[in-house]
Design a protein. Sequence first.
Length: 146
Amino acid sequence: MTTPHVTRCTDRYFRRAIYGFDPDIVDFPEQALLTGIVQGYCPICLSLADDLHRDSPLRSCQHTAALLETLTLKEMWDNYGVVGDIIPFTADFPRADIHELISVDLLHQIIKGTFKDHIVDWVELYIKQVNEPAEAECILADIDRW
Ligand SMILES: [Zn+2]
């Protein structure tokens, strides 16, 4: 991962290539496990679990290593959402920071997380608030039919 190797590319030309890891697309529980963060914290930045909207510095293996040298495991867990005794599999590879390799899981985090868990619930609540109960059930049944 540091020394170039002459490789024949798909366009049939030979090039010197340095190999690395591709982004890792996994669901959130596996992201937490791979990056060594506490469930509910962001695997990419240092936002607090209850304040994910604030701009925060990005996580890095270098930052986690600095925390390991100065804090206890409990302080890392409580203050930074880091599980200090989990070592990411990328720790011994050059140019491979697991926090940079994690990619958004479109199915679970965007479609299910945003659409199903928030928008559908909000629309259902809205329909129940602006209609009589029997009418709301009729509308929701009609929506479910589709
Ligand atoms: Zn984040």
